[in-house]
Ligand binder design. Structure first.
Ligand code: ADP
Length: 415
């Protein structure tokens, strides 16, 4: 009986042990399976999906998922921020180059590519001093006086370059194109120099006569009359010059928009013709054909442009010459033209005619009270009306100046 009970107990114990062992095996298997899934998921988290998990795995997987989701979110945010940063950098008018501490190119915007002749695609990872092979640029890097900008001319453009170290291991190079600014500055300086020169000449003449009048009070009447006549002429010349300079300044001002009014071209050209006849004093045969539509624009500006071309034709055409003024409708739009059979202009001088103070024949321009600003005024008026000036001329034969207006300035109502 006792042996039977002992045997039963041993059997029970062995069976319990076997069951416990089996459960342990199952548990180990489950853990291994989850670990296997975890390993698979860690290899390719985008492609595989984690099982829901069991026991403490549920919590681990949930936390891993959350981490992954947060990571994905911050990656997406970072990518979006980066693309916005690149977009902003590519819109900048200045060039930006990002380099590491030893000047290897990491990134640059399209403006820097253009200005410095770089190519991000092929030059990335190369030393910037090997790409920008200017001795001044290399000296600037070696001397490292980065508080001062460097002025450099590359491919005919004047650039201001600044190097800014940041983050200890990176440097930014910023380039600013000064070419246009320099050109305008030079134009401004030329204008002031020319204007001063133009004003000084008549002033010198007037002062000279005044000194004579002062030192010779008993000068004979005819010389005195002659001196006064010359002084009045020079005074008039200065006045013309100042008036033309004021007109030009006003035309260039952005605060002075074009008046958008219907211009009665017939009436305007009749007035220009009367002025022309007065200027010519019957020395020329002047004709007017007005056969086009009225246009939208600024009457006074157009009067100034038309009068300048007509007065030039009179002043540069010898007595007895012919001047034809016309207003026509062409395929491209309305056109104003002035044709003369005067002195004409050499082909090589045509391109510079609209520059301020440019004259082919300085003597003749001054004799006829020219300021050298007439065609510059015409050019500005035309720019403000989206019109173009076309010049055809032959030395000794005559000239044809045409202003071509766009069709859009002649709306149907005005036709
Ligand atoms: P200016 O006051 O000297 O006439 P403009 O700017 O009106 O100045 O003209 C510039 C130059 O163009 C003149 O000095 C002259 O040499 C030349 N020019 C202009 N119009 C004519 C023309 N119709 N025939 C010949 N030369 C002309």
């Amino acid at each position: 009986m006792a042996a039977g009970i002992a045997g039963w107990a041993v059997w029970d114990f062995t069976r319990g042990l076997a069951i416990a062992f089996l459960i342990l095996l199952i548990l180990i298997f489950v853990q291994l399976r989850y670990m296997y899934h975890l390993s698979l998921w860690l290899d390719k988290p985008e492609e595989t999906k984690l099982k829901d998990g069991w026991g403490s795995w549920t919590d681990i997987f949930a936390k891993l998922y959350r981490l992954r989701r947060d990571d994905q979110k911050s990656r997406a945010e970072l990518a979006e921020w980066l693309s916005r940063f690149r977009e902003a950098m590519s819109q900048l008018p200045d060039g930006v180059v990002i380099m590491d501490d030893v000047l290897f190119l990491e990134w640059c915007n399209p403006v820097a590519e253009r200005q410095l002749g770089l190519s991000l695609k092929s030059d990335k990872g190369m030393r910037v001093t090997n790409l920008i092979r200017s001795p001044e640029f290399i000296d600037y890097i070696i001397l490292a006086h980065y508080e001062e900008p460097l002025s450099l001319t590359i491919n005919g453009r004047k650039l201001i370059i600044r190097l800014i170290p940041f983050e200890n291991r990176r440097q930014i190079l910023v380039t600013h194109d000064m070419t246009e600014f320099d050109r305008l500055d030079q134009m401004r300086r030329d204008f002031i120099a020319n204007a001063s020169h133009e004003l000084r000449t008549p002033l010198t003449v007037i002062n000279g006569f005044l000194e004579i009048a002062n030192s010779e009070p008993n000068l004979d009447e005819s010389s005195r009359q002659q001196h006064i006549k010359l002084m009045v002429e020079q005074g008039k010349r200065m006045q013309n010059l100042i008036e033309d300079m004021l007109v030009l300044t006003r035309l260039e001002s952005i605060d002075y928009p074009v008046r958008d009014e219907f211009v009665d071209i017939h009436h305007l050209l009749d007035e220009v013709l009367i002025e022309a006849q007065a200027l010519s004093s019957n020395r020329h045969k002047i004709s007017l054909v007005c056969d086009g539509p009225d246009i939208l624009g600024g009457t006074e500006e157009l009067r100034s442009a038309f009068s300048n071309l007509v007065s030039n034709a009179i002043r540069y055409t010898p007595d007895g010459g012919e001047i034809e003024i016309s207003w026509n409708k062409t395929n491209l739009g309305p056109a104003f033209s002035v044709k003369d059979n005067g002195i004409g202009i050499k082909q090589e001088n045509l391109a510079r005619l609209t520059e301020r103070f440019y004259r082919v024949d300085k003597g003749r321009s001054r004799e006829t009270q020219g300021t050298g600003l007439g065609l510059a005024i015409v050019k500005h008026v035309l720019m403000r009306h989206n019109a173009r000036l076309l010049i055809e001329s032959e030395l000794g034969k005559g000239s044809l100046f045409t202003i071509q207006f766009p069709e859009s300035l002649a709306p149907a109502k005005a036709a």
